[in-house]
Design a binder for this molecule. Sequence first.
Ligand code: HCB
Length: 225
Amino acid sequence: MPDEKFSAMRQSIVDGAPDTASGLAQQAVSSGIAPIDAINEGFVLGMHDVGEQFARGQMYLPDMMASAEAMRAAMAVLDPELKKLGTERPMAGIVVLGTTKGDIHEIGKILVGTLLTAHGFRVHDLGVDVAGEKFAAKAKELNADIVGVSALLTTTMRNQKSVIEAMELAGLRPQVKIMVGGAPVTRRWADEIGADGYAKDAMSAVDLARQLMAQKTNATVAEPV
Ligand code: HCB
């Protein structure tokens, strides 16, 4: 029963059990459950439970770390399966991804990178705790189309604005689109800081990246010769 499997996946994250999570991910792959369904309907829901329990004081930092470990174990199995899909598609665009300075949350960003890769984007992940200048330097080096900036803390959200400022300072803003995301981030915040778009989850990030690529193409076509 997939429903029971999804509940077990969710619970393995709440329990902070990497071996169980990895085993369930492997079972999902071998039994034909789509990796993206295993993530969205199983494992990610566990991460949300963990966040809620932590906020209510029913879970502590070490528990949250164990849950993150379990999520990474599941992703280690599902990531390659999802990324395989991308090799069969034409190159959709170049994306530089990272989590803002002061912030070490990476699971959501990794998921965004995986789904973008699965949909044909070439993704360079700068990791966590990344300063604006580093985003700008990598975007310039790779001639990136899009920069994706993740922030999970209300205190590090403002560093998304610093990334935009660094891109402006490097003269890259006209040609590089910027999308932002992360649990506390909203569309309103994205508008306020001058980002080109906001995505609430990894699949929306793929849709947004496609829209941003279309905007770039239209702008190039419309430019006078
Ligand atoms: Co962390 N943490 N944490 N944490 N953490 C949160 C984020 C809280 C909301 C928990 C809570 O209080 N309810 C909270 C933040 C409160 C706030 O500021 N509003 C919090 C806190 C307080 C902290 C510490 C300060 C705790 C402490 O030390 N006292 C500390 C901060 C460390 C730091 O960064 N400097 C901390 C540490 C940790 C870890 C290390 C234990 C661990 C991270 C491990 C890791 O990533 N390797 C952790 C975790 C796991 C969480 C929760 C439980 C889950 C985050 C997660 O992975 N979610 C989180 C609770 C929550 O978010 N509800 C909690 C699952 C992913 C799939 O969702 O939102 O990250 P996502 O990403 C989505 C979406 O946002 C979008 O697509 C993704 C995929 O669908 N998206 C983008 C994300 N980035 C995008 C970029 C784009 O361009 C486009 C879309």
